[in-house]
Design a protein around this ligand. Structure first.
Ligand SMILES: NC(=O)c1ccc[n+]([C@@H]2O[C@H](COP(=O)([O-])OP(=O)(O)OC[C@H]3O[C@@H](n4cnc5c(N)ncnc54)[C@H](OP(=O)(O)O)[C@@H]3O)[C@@H](O)[C@H]2O)c1
Length: 329
């Protein structure tokens, strides 16, 4: 099933593939398996592949470059940029600031094209709004890249309603990538209405709340990655949230689908301009996620979900404090 972004925008799959975890964000990933996951998504007609040049400093783009070889036309490449790194102790890398300066963007894209082995990117998105650069300058640079043919559409990520409005005065904004799930509903107050009004698509990231809503995570000790640094996975919050997941499981069983599918179907039911990009490194999970688009939620289903899962119910913020501060408020 495809959805259209805006009146003149692209047709993209309603369930895309978030590729971040293919570079180790949630446990070790195997490159050969990862390539097969991407190939399978394309084979099933699910063209929207989301990546960033900062997912393991280019590794993620290189994987995608291999997987789309000979089938570039089957993929819709969504690439984020702007999260900088700096060398850290013991040959590690630490997070640096975000950078959405025109010079930075125009330079970064050439590296992305090289790693992806393509000569254009479908949707190019600064991963965060740069507090030191007027959004008009950032979008102006992206518009120039559209004119030069290296990108087709302009995206924003984690932008506030007022930033979106300002950005849209400079050039058409095709999509906003932002966290949206049963547990992260902050965008409903202001951002969703603005995107509807301006014809901007929503790319809902972490639609499974980083795996929590799938019901597969039973204790924080199960996680051998950075999720225990996230407030929802910590201490009492974890166990309060686990109780909510138990209720999602009951609803899903009544509906005859999995909790994962219920969570994805809920996102898709929030608007025709919304797609979800669950991430997975396993083919069977990808197939389960794609099948979620067959789950039709009735008004009654949506009311039952709302009754047990109203906005703001999840315990803990979606990011630790220092990362919450990097969001465009
Ligand atoms: N713009 C931004 O700031 C931003 C931030 C974060 C993420 N993103 C994008 O959004 C994408 C998705 O977000 P996300 O990866 O954070 O979170 P997510 O999609 O909410 O959850 C991913 C987790 O769910 C598990 N999972 C997926 N399908 C499953 C299934 N059918 N059954 C059981 N478990 C399943 C995965 O397991 P496995 O690991 O075993 O596959 C993985 O651990 C990312 O890949 C990235 O492209 C964007």
């Amino acid at each position: 099933m495809n959805r259209k972004f805006g009146t003149n925008g692209p047709l993209v799959s309603s369930i895309g593939l978030g590729c971040m975890s293919l570079s180790g964000a949630y446990g070790v990933a195997d490159d050969q398996e990862s390539i097969k996951v991407i190939e399978r998504a394309l084979e099933l007609g699910h063209n929207f592949l989301d990546t960033a040049d900062y997912y393991r400093t280019g590794h993620n783009e290189e994987l995608i470059g291999k997987a789309i070889k000979g089938k570039r036309d089957k993929a819709f490449l969504s690439v984020k940029t702007g999260q900088m790194f700096a060398p850290a102790a013991n040959k590690g890398f630490g997070f640096g600031p975000v950078n959405a300066h025109p010079d930075y963007l125009k330079n970064a894209i050439l590296y992305s094209l090289q790693r992806l082995k393509t000569d254009y990117i479908d949707l190019y998105t600064p991963g965060r709004v740069d507090p030191n650069v007027p959004i008009e300058d950032t979008v102006g640079a992206l518009a120039d890249m559209v004119d030069k043919g290296v990108i087709r559409y302009i995206g924003l990520s984690e932008a506030s309603a007022s930033t979106i409005r300002k950005a849209a005065t400079v050039a058409p904004i095709t999509a906003l990538q932002i966290e949206y799930s049963l547990w992260s509903r902050e965008i409903e107050a202001e951002v969703l209405p603005v995107t509807r009004e301006l014809g901007i698509g929503i790319v809902a990231y972490s639609p499974l709340s980083r795996g929590f809503l799938t019901g597969d995570i039973k204790s924080p000790e199960d996680l051998k990655d950075n999720r225990p640094n996230m407030p929802r996975f910590q201490g009492e919050n974890f166990y309060k949230n686990l109780e909510l997941v138990e209720q999602i499981k009951i609803l899903a069983a009544q509906k005859g689908c999995t909790p994962t599918q219920l969570a994805l179907a809920w996102v898709l039911a929030q608007g025709e301009h919304i797609i979800a990009i669950p991430g997975t490194k396993r083919i069977h999970k990808l197939e389960e996620n794609i099948a979620a688009e067959q789950v039709q939620l009735t008004q009654e289903d949506l009311q039952s979900i709302e009754a047990i899962m109203p906005a703001g119910i999840a315990a803990g913020t979606r990011y630790p404090e220092f990362l919450m501060k990097a969001l465009n408020g």
